[in-house]
Design a protein around this ligand. Structure first.
Ligand code: ADP
Ligand code: MG
Length: 273
């Protein structure tokens, strides 16, 4: 790692236990425009080790754009993004826009996993191969060990007997758990979910709740992007309300959902009841 990718980041809240003394995810002043339309207007967001943070907001608020930029599928055009001590992007030294650090990007990619809304499984690979391909090919891990670990992971997620099937032979809930196993197989420090529960019935939603809390107990930082209030309230340590590209309000579910101070949050909650 180069020295320039290790700048020091102030810890905004000493009361949170952080990964290596730093937040697992650190975003400051992040902006993003499409053409002349500004979709993210200065996002500040931190997710600490062992913490579940949900980003809630109405359709069009910028949730997917934020998640795409956090996961390096797209790029912010201003601000700072860091995973632990890996600073991926920071304000350009000449004051114009943002500078992504080419060497930090692959390091950051090792630190997070994402479970896409539509799972994005490889249809012609078996469930086990979906889980083990990336660790073997991208991380160059030992095939036999990775397969043992993959089967163990699938077992933990209740998928042991499905390891040698292809994804289309599984239900939606099972496919989602394959996507989770695939993310976890990379040993990430952060896992993101895009609309974790929109396709799940109440029983599977309860299972997802338990799984997310278990991941957090194990020290994972969990980021959830959702328009579903109920799940976010039950599973999160903190929620952030995203409106029109701005975090209008942030706090514990009790604070934000029980006693919202921002009128946009109040209106959104009133509609969601
Ligand atoms: P959400 O996920 O909260 O529904 P999005 O991040 O998908 O919101 O979209 C936020 C805004 O950005 C919307 O107005 C959307 O039309 C716009 N947008 C998203 N992606 C693009 C794109 N690739 N090009 C142009 N506009 C986009
Ligand atoms: Mg979206």
């Amino acid at each position: 790692m180069t020295n320039r990718s290790r700048i020091s980041i102030p810890r905004p809240d000493q009361s949170f236990a952080s990964f290596a003394g730093l937040p697992a995810v650190y975003v400051h002043g992040a902006t993003k425009s499409f053409g002349d339309r500004q979709v993210l207007r200065g996002i500040d967001l931190i997710i600490n080790k062992g913490e579940v943070v949900s980003i809630i907001g109405p359709s069009g608020a910028g949730k997917s754009t934020l998640l795409r930029c956090l996961t390096l599928l797209d790029r912010f055009d201003g601000g700072t993004l860091a995973y632990g001590d890996v600073v991926v992007a920071k304000p350009a030294s000449d004051g114009s826009g943002i500078e992504y650090d080419r060497e930090s990007i692959p390091q950051a990619r090792m630190r997070f996993g994402i479970v896409f809304q539509d799972y994005n499984l490889f249809p012609h690979r078996t469930v086990l191969q979906n889980v083990t391909d990336a660790p073997i090919i991208v991380q160059h891990r030992d095939r036999a060990k990775t397969e043992v670990e993959g089967r163990e992971l699938l077992g933990r997620l209740g998928l042991a007997e499905h390891a040698d099937k292809v994804p289309c032979q599984l239900s939606g809930g099972q496919q989602q758990r394959v996507a989770i196993a695939r993310a976890l197989a990379m040993h990430p420090k952060v896992i993101y979910f895009d609309e974790a529960t929109s396709a799940l019935d109440p029983r599977l939603t309860a299972q997802m709740h338990d799984l997310v809390r278990e991941l957090a107990r194990g020290g994972m930082a969990v980021g959830i992007v959702t328009h579903e209030m109920g799940f976010a309230r039950d599973v999160s340590d903190r929620v952030a309300f995203l409106f029109d590209g701005e975090i209008a309000e942030e706090g514990t579910p009790e604070e934000v959902l029980g006693n919202p101070s921002d009128p946009r949050t109040r209106a959104f909650l009133a509609r969601a009841e």
